[in-house]
Design a protein. Structure first.
Length: 125
């Protein structure tokens, strides 16, 4: 495995609501999948981030009671977009997701690396 000279800040982008019908168990399973991937990136020496880790508590503080309500919509995707603008790369995981696909497109527009598998990402020194 090759190495990069410093840890990368990598946004883990995957489905959150897609395919769940907003069922809490499905939403939680998607967050756990992103967190497991983030842990693997961390163990490879990088700084992994998820939009969900920042957006969900903020949406709750703004009064969101459920995914898709006005407070959720105000915060959820904009947080991920602002976060990605500070990252070095994005890692797209999981199944269909319009939001995750937008993160990949945005990363490419910003000139960032967009990975589709954790094995594509060099370890950090």
């Amino acid at each position: 495995m090759t190495t990069v000279p410093r840890p990368l800040m990598i946004l883990v982008a995957g489905p959150y609501r897609s395919g769940t019908g907003d069922d809490p168990a499905g939403l939680d399973a998607h967050v756990r999948a992103m967190n497991r991937t983030a842990l693997a990136l961390f163990r490879a020496g990088h700084l992994p981030v998820t939009g969900e880790a920042l957006a969900l508590p903020l949406a709750e503080a703004a009064g969101s009671a459920r995914p898709g309500d006005p407070a959720f919509e105000e915060i959820f995707h904009p947080v991920a977009e602002r976060l990605l603008a500070r990252c070095d790369a994005v890692l797209r995981i999981g199944g269909p997701s319009g939001g995750a696909d937008r993160m990949v497109a945005m990363a490419r527009e910003l000139g960032l690396d967009a990975y589709t598998g954790i094995d594509e990402i060099p370890a950090a020194r």
